[in-house]
Design a protein around this ligand. Structure first.
Ligand code: V47
Length: 350
């Protein structure tokens, strides 16, 4: 029975919920290898021996946030020693210095970077960098801009698109399961609203990514249901480009808490590849799982390593032990160490 499911999954066939759950419920080492083999076959059919990376820059305009998510160590309160607010000229200077092909912009929810200033930042980045790919904001930020200015998310997205935005980031999805949200982020944008904003973006011709936070004690059902909700949404609107599982980073203040093991990360990557059959790309996000696991993840179904990043802040606020940025050479070396051929891409995956 399991062999048949794995065979179908390796061939890229659609799995039922029961089949997906059967794959996700067995966390033995033998299953980890069986999943890996199926996911490798599946990704090789689509991408051969290549794996991509992008020269990008992560821009987090401020960490001051009143979101109140208890898993997040990046956020700060006004007046905290680690609180910061970047200015437009610093951001533009950094883009000029690094000349990335893509910018990834997301920050906290605060009064320092309100709607008018945020949309103007996109306009300024576009004016100075006509060819750069601009990926920015989570659905949570879009909802907040809409609420603050009494507009619809659609109006906000339209204005941002006209300013130069090309894609939403995948953040803010966390885990869709009600139980997890009650515990870790009870006041956050609901999963229905998160999905609706992405689907509105897709209808306007914007692209977007999707994420899933794992490592907070989720069950096999909760994990599978998160993936299936994304699969269903993608059937309807088709604009998700890439899925990124995010490994929980416990932060410095919780010495007993741990980040998911390499074994768990590889399992989640492989399940994502096999269950989420209609989102083309799957990122192994190296700041959160480490370079070695990211290299191995290319054999467990991932086809992309995200980017050089310039200066990663969110994982590192969670005490991640990876570097804050990588050179193009390090990205290529990591991909080669994983056994694949590195290919540089742009933000639109070209
Ligand atoms: O939404 C916060 C997560 C996300 C922690 O779209 C944490 O290409 C782990 O969304 N441990 C932001 N995760 C990062 C993100 C992202 C990353 C890379 C690529 C893309 C993309 C998007 O980080 C937040 C939240 O889900 N997060 N705290 C933590 N302690």
């Amino acid at each position: 029975m399991m062999d048949l499911i794995l065979q179908r999954a390796a061939a890229g066939e659609r799995l039922t919920r029961a089949e997906a759950l059967a794959l996700a419920s067995d966390s033995s080492v033998a299953q980890l290898h069986a999943l890996g083999q199926a996911a490798l076959q599946n990704r090789t059919r689509r991408f051969g021996r290549t794996a991509t990376y992008v020269l990008n820059l992560a821009i987090n305009p401020s960490n001051i946030c009143d979101g109140g998510c208890t898993f997040c160590h990046y956020h700060a309160e006004e007046g905290d020693a680690q609180a910061y607010v970047l200015a437009e000229d610093e951001i533009l200077r950094r883009i000029q210095e690094l000349a990335p092909r893509e910018v990834h912009i997301t920050g906290g929810m605060n009064r320092f970077w309100p709607w008018a200033r945020s949309q103007d930042l996109i306009r300024q980045i576009r004016a100075h960098n006509p060819a750069i790919y601009i990926k920015g904001f989570t659905a949570v930020e879009i909802a907040r801009f809409a609420q603050d200015t009494h507009q619809t998310p659609r109006q906000i997205l339209q204005t941002l698109q006209e300013a130069g935005l090309q894609s939403l980031t995948g953040g803010g999805a966390e885990l869709f399961a009600e139980r997890m949200r009650r515990q870790y982020c009870p006041t956050k944008l609901t999963p229905d609203d998160w999905l609706a904003i992405h689907q509105t973006a897709h209808a306007l011709g914007l692209r977007s990514n999707a994420t899933m936070l794992y490592g907070l004690g989720e069950s096999a059902e909760e994990l599978v249901d998160h993936l299936l909700r994304l699969r269903t949404a993608q059937e309807l609107s088709g604009g998700f480009t890439c899925f990124i599982p995010l490994a929980y980073q416990p932060g410095k203040e919780q010495p007993d808490a741990t980040t998911p093991s390499p074994r768990e990360s590889l399992r989640v990557i492989a399940l994502s590849r096999l269950i989420l059959d209609n989102i083309p790309h799957l990122k192994a996000y190296w700041p959160m799982i480490g370079l070695e696991t990211a290299a191995a993840a290319l054999s467990w179904g991932a086809d992309d390593l995200d980017g050089t990043l310039g200066e990663e802040r969110i994982a590192h606020a969670g005490a991640a032990r990876t570097p804050r940025a990588l050179s193009a050479e390090s990205m290529q070396t990591t991909i080669r160490l994983g056994g694949f051929e590195p290919v540089e891409r742009d933000g639109a995956w070209r």
